[in-house]
Design a protein around this ligand. Structure first.
Ligand code: ATP
Length: 310
């Protein structure tokens, strides 16, 4: 279990993490989400003692990182895939790290196999692609069989097979009671992988919630309906007290009533429907909705000034 308590970090006069509290439970994957610059990496670095907070604390299995009797058996972290020493081979890098961490030497070949690098074990890490470095970083994080895993953008650079492999790896770690905290901007992937979400913006907690509750609460279910008589039907639905908006391609998005109710209104007025379904919303919709006010770096719409900062 990782408990982040009122964590605050300042760089100069800027507060980049602001009284942030959340928990990462064992046995679940917690997705750590937030717009660019929200403070995710800084928080992860503070969890493993690489950055000092101005105030607040992090407890891992009840202790501060510096007080852990067996740090590498407690927390494994992949925070920056660029840190590896380029002249080492993958195997010698892992052997060196295993000796520092006190991990059994047999674990090195087992992990090279597990992360798909067995064939590249004798190659220098300097020539590795980003995805290969991520795989090596994962192997390094797993060396001590940790009870908590922290992974900052682990899917970066992975091909589709690698992304799927990562999903299974994270799920398996959680299945073995590991507390897993993973940041990613790949929201569709996070929706498949994470059980809980912690969403932050501008260094502050926006919400911590089970994934399903977060998606449904923020986006809200909508009934999507398609009919050749869209404007007549929109007026009828409006009169019935439902909230009706035009969808992107001629459909109607109806909130405030079930598909059964919408279908019933259509039948009562003899309207032909070509489509009637419920859209439960997506993690992306919820994320956009919840972080709208906390987005710091935002591009202009196409045709406008690009890459501007609000
Ligand atoms: N060493 C540093 N010195 C000064 N400012 C820093 C430093 N490291 C991070 N920051 C600032 O802290 C803020 C949070 O950065 P951080 O990298 O934690 O965000 P993030 O949520 O991980 O972003 P991204 O999704 O873009 O990776 C940013 O405004 C960043 O510029």
């Amino acid at each position: 279990m990782i408990r982040v308590e009122e964590l605050t970090k300042r760089y100069g006069r800027r507060t980049v993490v602001d009284h942030l509290s959340f928990t990462v439970r064992p046995g679940v994957v917690t997705g750590f989400l937030g717009p660019n610059g929200a403070g995710k990496s800084t928080t992860m670095r503070m969890i493993v003692g690489l950055d000092r907070p101005a105030s607040g604390r992090v407890l891992i299995d009840g202790r501060r990182y510096d007080d852990l009797p067996d740090p590498s058996g407690t927390v494994g972290a992949l925070l920056d895939a660029g840190w590896v020493r380029p002249h080492l081979t993958a195997r010698s890098h892992l052997r060196w790290t295993a000796s520092l961490a006190g991990a059994e030497p047999g674990r090195v070949d087992e992990l090279l196999e597990a992360v798909g690098l067995a064939d590249a074990a004798g190659r220098r890490v300097g020539g590795f692609s980003l995805g290969m470095r991520q795989r090596l970083g994962i192997a390094t994080a797993l060396l001590g069989r940790p009870r908590a895993l922290l992974l900052d953008e682990p899917m970066n650079g992975l091909d589709p097979e690698g992304v799927r492999w990562m999903r299974h790896l994270l799920r398996r770690a959680a299945g073995e009671s590991c507390a897993v905290l993973v940041s990613s901007h790949l929201l569709a992937e996070m929706a498949l992988t994470a059980d809980d979400v912690v969403v932050i913006g501008a260094g502050r907690l926006i919400t911590q919630a089970p994934m399903r509750a977060f998606v449904e609460r923020a986006a809200g279910a909508a009934v999507i309906v398609r009919t050749p008589e869209a404007s007549r039907f929109a007026a009828l639905l409006g009169r019935a007290g439902l909230d009706v908006r035009d969808g992107p391609d001629g459909d109607l998005r109806v909130r405030g009533g079930t598909a059964a109710r919408v279908g019933g209104i259509a039948a009562a007025h003899g309207l032909v429907l070509h489509e009637l379904r419920t859209d439960h919303g997506s993690l992306e919709d919820s994320f956009m909705e919840m972080t709208r006010d906390a987005v710091e770096y935002q591009a202009s719409p196409p045709g406008g000034r690009a890459g501007g900062r609000r």
